[in-house]
Write a protein that binds this ligand. Structure first.
Ligand code: GLC
Length: 423
């Protein structure tokens, strides 16, 4: 175990550019939003100040309206597409114009709770808390204009589950006419068979062009977008962060932020019930444009359990994970292996991801589903022992896929092992 932790720490250091960490050199040469927040949890085991810095750097690039972008292009690198010129968001330090799962609130609470350097933790938490709260407010104002309690993503990349089967039908509404010619870079770094298709990429870029034509004005994007999906995983992460931010705010004596955050969480968690499917025993995405659930049993519906959902829902999700354990060798597949479009090697259409395992197992542990939480953790460490620190894995064979020496995979290994040592 100690060798695994050492190897994981080496990867974190190797991908560390001083004030931020790249997900992996080559394929992803910039700072990614939720990667950084989860990476900080791993860094904190050997350098707390560096961990706080990771999130501080991310939030330093928050937009004036409160949005925290999904990529910060700290320096030029033409090995990635779409780069700053395609986004054209007009920022001094260029950023993308969309966001990613709001895991920062959870991450800063966890860093704060575990901190050995209490003084630094209090100082950093006080600085970062209002920024994270502003981001949450941004979400509810701009991505939930009708006040349902749940927010929509406007681009598959926002979900963090880029080419999930969940988006396939809604994506049919996104045209490809008018997409300017482009050259992908991802397929030069990773096996094209394991990546999104060209047709999906054209639609990704069409949406970027649409939002760019609206000058990235977040007051306009929601209603203008043909793609509006309410992802239970994305909302589960946001609502858990609201809840954690409320507790953190209480600990810091900020009762106003605590009350507002708690109200956001309560409203959202009540609304999550509308995404529950008895047929699948999990949450599903909702196509907001059509006002209907998307019949696609993906891991988004299990990540939802990261939020403080009702106990019987958490129990059903634990059962679902147990059921899937019979269908794969390594947990947790990003799509139900029995579903028709399942593809065990193609990115988010089947492969297992360690960060997802971490979120699901953390939520289940919190809900008292300890056995299944432990099972996911054990399976995760076995996968790394077999196949190293890849970006994602075929859950049936354990074959490593995508990028190598991957930062957040390494961070999650440190977390899982620390957790198992704590018992
Ligand atoms: C891919 C993943 C996304 C992640 C990014 C950097 O786009 O789908 O979740 O943040 O890579 O690792």
């Amino acid at each position: 175990m100690q060798t695994l932790v050492q190897n994981a720490s080496d990867i974190l250091r190797e991908n560390d550019l001083g004030t931020y960490t790249v997900p992996t050199h080559g394929l992803y040469p910039f700072q990614w939003n939720w990667d950084s927040c989860l990476t900080a949890l791993g860094q904190a085991h050997f350098d707390e100040a560096r961990a706080w810095r990771e999130i501080e750097t991310l939030l330093a690039h928050q937009w004036e309206d409160g949005m925290v972008p999904h990529i910060i292009f700290h320096k030029e690198d033409d090995g990635y597409f779409p780069g700053p010129d395609v986004w054209a968001t007009g920022r001094d330090v260029p950023t993308s114009g969309i966001t990613q799962p709001a895991v920062a609130g959870f991450a800063i609470k966890r860093l704060f709770d575990r901190a050995k350097d209490k003084e630094l933790a209090a100082k950093m938490a006080r600085t970062l808390l209002p920024k994270v709260f502003a981001w949450h407010e941004w979400f509810f104002a701009n991505r939930d204009p009708e006040g349902t309690g749940l927010v929509a993503i406007l681009h598959p990349w926002e979900s963090g589950r880029d080419n999930s089967i969940d988006w396939d039908d809604a994506f049919e509404r996104v045209p490809t006419e008018g997409v300017l010619p482009f050259t992908r870079r991802d397929t030069q770094h990773a096996n094209p068979e394991h990546r999104p298709t060209q047709a999906q990429y054209e639609r990704y870029i069409w949406l970027v062009q649409l939002f760019r034509s609206l000058n990235w004005d977040n007051a306009k994007l929601h209603d203008a977008s043909p793609f509006q999906v309410v992802d239970p995983g994305f909302n589960g992460i946001l609502l858990r962060s609201c809840m954690d931010l409320a507790d953190l705010a209480d600990a810091l004596g900020d009762t106003d932020t605590a009350a507002k955050s708690r109200a956001q969480a309560a409203k959202g968690i009540a609304a999550m019930e509308s995404l529950w499917s008895d047929k699948h025993g999990q949450y599903l995405c909702q196509d907001r444009r059509l006002d209907q659930l998307i019949d696609s049993p993906s891991v988004g519906g299990l990540i939802a359990g990261f939020a403080p959902i009702p106990a019987e829902r958490a129990k059903a999700l634990a059962d679902k994970v147990t059921e899937m354990a019979d269908k794969v060798s390594y947990l947790v597949p990003s799509h139900d292996p029995d579903a028709p479009d399942y593809d065990g090697k193609r990115y988010w259409r089947g492969p297992a991801w360690l960060i997802v395992n971490y979120l699901i197992s953390d939520g289940l542990r919190r809900a008292g589903q300890i056995e299944v939480a432990n099972r996911i953790a054990t399976s995760s460490v076995q996968l790394i022992e077999k196949s190293g620190f890849a970006e994602y894995y075929d859950p049936k064979t354990g074959e490593p896929c995508g990028g190598t020496r991957f930062t957040w995979t390494a961070a999650m290994v440190i977390e899982f092992i620390a957790q198992s040592e704590k018992g």
